[in-house]
Design a protein around this ligand. Structure first.
Ligand SMILES: [Ca+2]
Ligand SMILES: [Ca+2]
Ligand SMILES: [Ca+2]
Ligand SMILES: [Ca+2]
Length: 259
């Protein structure tokens, strides 16, 4: 019996040391020779592993992924297409390593989109696996971007402080969030202002602005960062004290930016 046990253990050990080569080959197989292995095609890109040019546009699936184009729709770039319609475009899905064909890649019940926007790792079921979040306001371009794990996931047009009352550049963090506020000052009284995110002492907020539509075009404020109310509402749901807010660039001398 001992000899049999010894032989059995020996065989198991040999198998563990030298797993059948066919497994490695199968794992790395690229049946249609388009540069994407079969497993990637079926679980990540949702392309046809037996057809090198899934969308029949003359470019192989591998060429399209490398050059930032959708392998599913001709003439569309990855960031212009959301194959699984989960809110994360295909470019961001690949950047975060999620499947472009599954809305909940790690199967934890939380959609990829929600996990990424709240700063949770969509490939890790642990609630402790988090990403750094940041808001960046660019005075020069009058834009605000939301950055998750060093990737720009959303961009919005904004109106920052006018040259005589500029939004001060610097690195701040969210101090508090207030759903509805009233702003009163010399010559203005603005009630029912929604989605207020304070980032600097002295009354500096990011907030919705219902009294103009110059976002991305003109500076407008006394130092706050104005957004469309809907855009501010989107950002507000992910904001909490401590999230960095970086204000960079230069306030345009003329009030008109772009067109
Ligand atoms: Ca392939
Ligand atoms: Ca193609
Ligand atoms: Ca998607
Ligand atoms: Ca998930």
């Amino acid at each position: 019996m001992r000899l049999y046990t010894f032989l059995f253990v020996l065989i198991i050990q040999i198998l563990l040391l030298y797993p059948p080569i066919v497994h490695a080959a199968e794992f790395a197989a690229d049946s249609d020779k388009d540069g994407l292995i079969d497993q990637q095609e079926t679980t990540v890109y949702f392309t046809d592993p037996q057809n090198a040019d899934t969308d029949k546009d003359g470019f192989t699936d591998g060429e399209e992924i490398i050059s930032g184009h959708s392998p599913h729709i001709a003439k569309k770039k990855l960031h212009e297409h959301d194959y699984d319609k989960d809110g994360l475009n295909d470019y961001l899905e690949i950047a975060f390593g999620t499947s472009i064909g599954l809305g909940d890649t790690d199967g934890d019940g939380h959609p990829d989109y929600d996990e990424v926007m709240h700063g949770y790792n969509p490939l890790d079921m642990s609630p402790l696996a988090t990403f750094p979040l940041r808001v960046e306001v660019d005075l020069s371009t009058q834009t605000l971007v939301y950055v998750v794990n060093e990737k720009k996931v959303k961009e919005f047009p904004v109106s920052t402080g006018n040259p005589q009352t500029p939004t001060p550049p610097g690195t701040y963090e969210v101090m508090r969030v207030v759903p509805i506020a009233r702003y009163v000052g010399p010559g203005y009284d603005l009630p029912n202002v929604k989605w207020n995110i304070q980032f600097r002492k002295g009354g500096y907020f990011i907030h919705g602005a219902y009294w103009h539509n110059d976002f991305g075009k003109k500076t407008r404020s006394h130092g706050c960062v104005n957004m469309r109310t809907a855009d501010a509402g989107w950002l507000y749901q992910y904001m909490k004290p401590g999230i960095p807010v970086v204000v960079k660039g230069t306030t345009p001398k003329r009030r008109i930016v772009g067109t």
